[in-house]
Design a protein around this ligand. Structure first.
Ligand SMILES: NC(=O)C1=CN([C@@H]2O[C@H](COP(=O)(O)OP(=O)(O)OC[C@H]3O[C@@H](n4cnc5c(N)ncnc54)[C@H](OP(=O)(O)O)[C@@H]3O)[C@@H](O)[C@H]2O)C=CC1
Ligand SMILES: CC(=O)N[C@@H](CCC(=O)OP(=O)(O)O)C(=O)O
Length: 348
């Protein structure tokens, strides 16, 4: 058993962590923080956790957090980088769900996030928590930076092709749509039922902060000497709660076919418990991954042309955040990677 603390327990990724950890046999949650609801019982705020949690929210306090073996940060950007250095110094392991430690190039982080980075040395040390690429480094990491939700769906959809140089790396286009829980639990006008339901729209089409994270991850898997992966990324907001559907377009290199691409995916993800390569020309649905750590992928070659379309779906709060954080925890502590993550999606 390890002791775990969560900073940011009243948000959507925080409560998803609580839901998943309630079914994990190796974890005892010793602290969960909220500045605004300190003193409130977790089960009063989230009745879904009645009978599963006796915890009460407390204000973040470094001495309390340092009593845990592992601390999850489920907080907005900028929070973890201010608090993690002391915890790391005191020997605590940390999984950060925010973007604070994902990007290695600090000027790039500062430009996209619009604030100075206060812990650049830790950003250099942090391991990017995409197990399908960094499993070995995650196992021994003290600080893991969990990938963003769009970056998870998009990277998993292109990694086999870029590793094998099977597509033109400068031809990449990603259209991805997310459920509204991706925007967190704070009140925002555009997330009101009357604004978001029965509606569909793109946002940040001229530049979203996940772009540099995705490009960094894709370039990292390319063979040395390749032209760097370049991406056009347009996110959309869907009138649903959970799920990301990414439609990825790339030009196949001469000699590559739908069948050769499918074989690359089948081989690359053969032993991955959380990537499901579906039969060619399938249409994965967000509903098939709801509440799970699964990424389902399928490939298409419309009209037999030279464009390969990859469809990739995840649950933004699960494989896109909290369940992937648990997968990382399982790897860090040497447990079976699927522990606490085995349940299939909720249907209908
Ligand atoms: N929603 C999603 O699908 C995904 C989110 N993420 C990332 O995960 C992180 C959390 O997201 P999400 O759960 O949606 O966010 P929410 O806005 O729903 O929740 C944020 C939480 O952080 C706490 N918090 C806010 N400011 C501070 C602070 N200065 N110090 C300590 N605690 C603070 C809040 O509680 P209180 O103010 O009471 O302290 C609240 O519990 C974000 O960085 C987000 O970008 C990553 C992938 C997917
Ligand atoms: C629908 C929606 O608003 N989604 C969020 C992405 C949330 C997320 O995963 O991103 P970070 O962890 O990098 O913040 C957005 O586009 O800002």
């Amino acid at each position: 058993m390890i002791k775990v603390a969560i900073v940011g327990g009243t948000g959507y990724t925080g409560v998803e962590l609580l839901r998943l950890l309630a079914g994990h046999p190796q974890v005892e949650i010793t602290a969960i923080t909220s500045r605004s609801l300190a003193g409130t019982a977790v089960a009063d705020l989230f009745p879904s956790l009645r009978g599963h949690s006796e915890l009460v929210f407390s204000v973040p306090d470094v001495d309390t957090l340092a009593g845990a073996d592992l601390v999850f940060f489920a907080t907005p950007h900028g929070v973890a980088q201010a608090q993690v250095p002391e915890l790391v110094q005191r020997g605590v392991r940390v999984i950060d769900l925010s973007a604070d430690f994902r990007i290695k190039d600090i000027p790039t982080w500062e430009r996209w996030y619009g604030q100075p980075h206060v812990a650049p040395a830790l950003a250099a040390e942090a391991v990017y928590g995409l197990p399908e690429v960094h499993r070995e480094q995650i196992a021994s990491a003290q600080l893991v930076a969990c990938p963003g939700c769009y970056p998870t769906a998009i990277q998993l959809g292109w990694i086999p092709l870029l590793e094998s140089a099977a597509i033109e790396p400068s031809s990449l286009i990603a259209n991805a749509a997310s459920g509204a829980s991706g925007a967190g639990r704070q009140g925002k006008t555009e997330l009101l039922f009357a604004e978001n339901s029965d509606n569909f729209r793109a946002y940040a089409a001229s530049g979203h902060r996940h772009l540099p994270e995705i490009e960094q991850g894709l370039r990292n898997v390319q063979p040395e000497g390749s032209d760097p992966a370049r991406l056009t990324f347009v996110p959309h907001l869907l009138p649903m709660v959970r799920g990301i559907h990414a439609t990825l377009y790339a030009r196949l290199k001469p000699g590559q076919t739908l069948e050769s691409a499918q074989a690359l995916f089948a081989q690359r993800y053969r032993d991955e418990p959380f990537v499901d390569v579906m039969p060619v020309e399938s249409h994965p649905q967000t509903r098939s991954v709801r509440g799970t750590n699964m990424c389902r992928i399928s490939l298409h070659q419309p009209q037999g042309g030279d464009t390969l379309v990859v469809l990739s779906v995840i649950d933004n709060l699960a494989k896109g955040a909290s369940a992937q954080a648990l997968q990382n925890m399982n790897i860090m502590f040497g447990w079976k990677e699927t522990l606490g993550l085995e349940s299939p999606a909720l249907l209908p």
